[in-house]
Design a protein around this ligand. Structure first.
Ligand code: 5AD
Length: 341
């Protein structure tokens, strides 16, 4: 990952026009074609294990914010985390995401131990999504075998970032993305589409900023207001805008892994599948144990679907097959390397 301005196929003005919906047929059909050229009809699966909903941060958009006293907090035991990963592997999933709030309870060596245990037991790629951590901890986890790290900026607009994430360090977060790339992680970032105060100009600039990072994974989902947050009364992000963003990102980053987020599905049933036909190539079913998964309540409706992980996965595979897509069981590495200059 190098932070450079490259020659882009679209000017800022063209990105802006496509975000306005000036040429959706063209945008979505090109994004579908680009995805098919890279990934064929394969959709990569990531089993996400949300192992702690404790969070030290106060993000105005997120239900896990520390000030939300209405939320029942949980932390999974290491045995329970390993059990969830085992269920994912047993269900033919080639990649897991370990995610939590910003929770310092889990020490670096505990996470390192977990990574080693998982790698000893399973041939599976590991993505970490644990927020901002010191460089020595990130290095330790990479050394232990972690493959990827996901750290979303949520927006690259400093003013909006600071308004949405009080106390957070914009430059420090960007710096962490640089460290991660230097350590050899496949690096992911992303934005929330439709944060209160976000305009189409913000989105166009955010798309360019994401491209400049040469990311391996780019995750963008629509904003959903959570009642126990300062943004409770704000309006939701728009599903179609979000699909335009991910379609543009596909054209600008052909080999990147781009998930169709669960937030899409919450706002509009069927939208996640549709996004896989509009530039996305990844889905992330939750493998968080059922007794706690409803408490991973980032936004209303998250982890809301019924049934155990296995039944939901079965339904997901069937829905993909009905679209002519195949749920791949491989690690699902990004195909970005060959685009690097
Ligand atoms: N609506 C949509 N997405 C959200 N996230 C957090 N809060 C919300 C919300 N209210 C996303 C952020 C975070 C990821 C885990 O969930 O992008 O990085």
């Amino acid at each position: 990952m190098t932070i450079t301005s490259r020659n882009r196929p679209f000017s800022r003005a063209q990105i802006r026009e496509l975000l306005e919906g000036k040429d959706d047929d063209w945008l979505f059909s090109r994004a579908a074609l680009a995805t098919e050229l890279e990934f064929g009809n394969e959709v990569y699966l990531r089993a996400i294990v949300e192992f702690s909903n404790y969070c030290a941060n106060q993000c105005h958009y997120c239900g896990l914010r520390a000030a939300n006293r209405a939320l029942g907090r949980y932390r999974l035991s290491t045995d329970s985390i390993l059990g969830a990963v085992h269920r994912a592997a047993a269900n033919d999933i080639g990649s897991v995401v370990l995610q939590s709030g910003d929770d310092s309870y889990f020490r670096a060596d505990t996470i390192g131990w977990l990574i080693r245990e998982i790698k000893a037991r399973h041939d599976i790629a590991i993505t970490l999504s644990l927020g901002e951590r010191p460089a020595d901890e990130l290095g330790l986890w990479r050394y232990a075998g972690a493959d990827r790290y996901l750290l979303k900026m949520e927006t690259f607009d400093r003013t909006l970032f600071e308004r949405c994430r009080p106390g957070a360090d914009f430059d420090g977060r960007l710096k962490q993305l640089e460290w991660l790339a230097a350590m050899g992680y496949q690096v992911g970032s992303g934005i929330i589409v439709g944060l209160p105060g976000m305009t189409l100009d913000t989105l166009a600039a955010d798309i360019e900023a994401l491209c400049d990072l040469n990311l391996d994974m780019i995750a963008c989902g629509p904003f959903i207001p959570h009642p126990q947050t300062p943004f409770a009364a704000a309006k939701s992000g728009d599903v179609l805008s979000c699909q335009r963003v991910t379609a543009l990102l596909r054209l600008l980053n052909p080999g990147a892994n781009i998930p169709a987020t669960s937030a899409l599905e919450v706002l509009k049933p069927g939208a996640r599948l549709k996004s896989l036909r509009r530039g996305c190539n990844v889905v992330m079913p939750s493998f968080t144990p059922e007794d706690v998964n409803a408490n991973y309540n980032i936004y209303p409706g998250k982890n809301g679907s019924n049934g155990d992980a296995r039944a939901r996965l079965h339904a997901l595979r069937a829905a993909l097959a009905a679209e002519g897509l195949v749920a791949a069981s491989c690690r699902g590495d990004a195909k970005t390397r060959r685009y690097r200059r």
